[in-house]
Design a protein around this ligand. Structure first.
Ligand SMILES: [Zn+2]
Length: 444
């Protein structure tokens, strides 16, 4: 073991050559002006940790890490860990604890200190406030923030490898950061929200996500998509006062969501999401195709295979070969022709700016769909009829969850890069961490 005791290290020759982004400090700015000044490594660390009532007593280096011993500085007043008030009385000295800090070059730093318990006039006997770490954390705030930042880009496993931690430590750091962020995030009034769902474990379990469509930021994630589960968003996250500012809610035609919005934000306009409506429409076309395929045999059936995409693709995107196949296909199968034309003519609904015209188009379309003798389309029309107000609201707002499509894709990639989270709790923490723009704890 080599002790740095009181050895002087010239800042210019040594420390300023550490890799970029590393201890970016006021110190360097100062030393640059006073050329050639040597700084004790103890002083350097004390300044970096912004110690006021503590000091660095010793720095030891071994193969694995650099150990930094910290002690109380004279009789300086310590702060209460709960309310941060300065306290006169020190109750006792606890046993030594250690904290991992950011590495110096490749060498991890470890801080060692015996925390005091102070006698706070307000809170009683409490562990003192440590300027370098959150209470009970085993890493410093600087390291925790660095880990949390990287965990927004990489999987938790990858982050752990990068910092020489284990997966569990990263999970703890991220969950603490999310807790802190949720407690301290800005909560401006919300006017337009989008409710959507994401599946976990290949569509077996669902999570409900709520976005602020104006700010394009995630507001809330909850397990499941039942009325009971999603109610928490309105009661806990929003509360009665914030619910009153809601003007538009964009969502799928899913009864639990509808009931909740009616109950908690009765003044908000419900708007059914364009992409969900198109999804239902495409499902109707596909059902017609599948029903037809069941009735076909032999050669007819073979030429029918692989036609799903021909029908769902926009006609102007088809190649010459594909459009020829499509025209053969529709000549043979009149139900399919009807389905295909219905699908195409429905799409004309979206560009309308005036509600009256949009409504006229939709009503005409629904009448012709009802006369098409296609059961899946009749079902689709029934669905539209019972949600007509929310479907027509599109022409006034032209809003959809497409604004946050990127965020939904991000959630998918979070799940994918971690090979699917085994627990919903971790998955939810990761979603908040990456999509909700939460603040990280500040270094004091
Ligand atoms: Zn206190």
């Amino acid at each position: 073991m080599k002790s740095f005791g009181c050895k002087r290290m010239p800042i210019h020759g040594h420390l300023s050559s550490t890799s970029a982004g590393f201890y970016p400090s006021k110190l360097f700015a100062k030393t640059r002006r006073r050329k050639g000044t040597e700084v004790l490594i103890e002083t350097f660390i004390r300044k970096q940790l912004r110690l006021k009532a503590h000091t660095v007593t010793d720095v030891e280096e071994n193969e694995a890490c650099m150990v930094i011993r910290i002690d109380r500085l004279g009789q300086r007043l310590l702060r209460c860990g709960i309310c941060r008030q300065r306290c006169r009385e020190v109750h006792d000295v606890r046993r030594e604890r250690q904290w991992r800090d950011l590495s110096m070059r490749k060498l991890p730093l470890v801080l060692r200190y015996r925390p005091r318990r102070v006698d706070c006039p307000r809170c009683g006997v409490r562990v003192e406030d440590l300027p370098w770490a959150e209470p009970w954390a085993r890493v410093t705030t600087a390291l925790a923030n660095a880990v949390a930042m990287l965990a927004r880009e990489l999987s938790w496993q990858g982050t752990a490898r990068e910092y020489g931690l284990n997966w569990k430590s990263v999970a703890t750091i991220v969950k603490r950061a999310v807790e802190y962020g949720l407690r301290n995030r800005a909560r401006p009034p919300v006017h337009v929200i989008g409710i959507d769902e994401v599946s976990r474990r290949k569509g077996q379990v669902y999570l409900t996500v709520v976005y602020d469509l104006e700010r394009r930021v995630l507001l809330w994630v909850g397990e499941d998509r039942t009325e009971e589960a999603v109610r928490k968003f309105f009661t806990r996250e929003m509360g009665r006062r914030r619910c009153r500012t809601l003007q538009v809610v964009c969502m799928d035609m899913w009864a639990p969501y509808y009931n909740l919005v009616r109950a908690h934000a009765p003044n908000a306009q419900i708007l059914f999401d364009r992409f969900h409506i198109v999804k239902h429409l495409n499902e109707a076309v596909d059902e017609v195709r599948r029903n037809l395929m069941r009735t076909l045999r032999g050669h007819a059936r073979a030429s029918f295979k692989g036609t799903r995409w021909l029908l769902l693709k926009n006609p102007w995107n088809l190649t010459a070969h594909q459009s020829e196949r499509l025209s053969t296909l529709v000549r043979w199968n009149s139900p399919l022709v009807r389905a295909w034309y219905l699908k195409e003519s429905f799409q004309l609904f979206w560009p309308y700016q005036q509600r009256k015209r949009a409504e006229d188009h939709l009503r005409k379309w629904m009448d012709s769909a009802m006369r098409s003798r296609l059961e899946p389309f009749k079902k689709f029309v029934c669905m539209l009829r019972s949600h007509l107000e929310g479907v027509l609201a599109w022409s006034q707002h032209h809003l959809s969850n497409a604004a946050v499509e990127g965020m939904n894709n991000k959630i998918k990639s979070i799940s994918h890069r971690s090979f699917g989270f085994r627990s919903a709790e971790n998955f939810i923490a990761a979603i908040y961490h990456c999509c909700a723009r939460l603040p990280l704890p500040t270094e004091r």
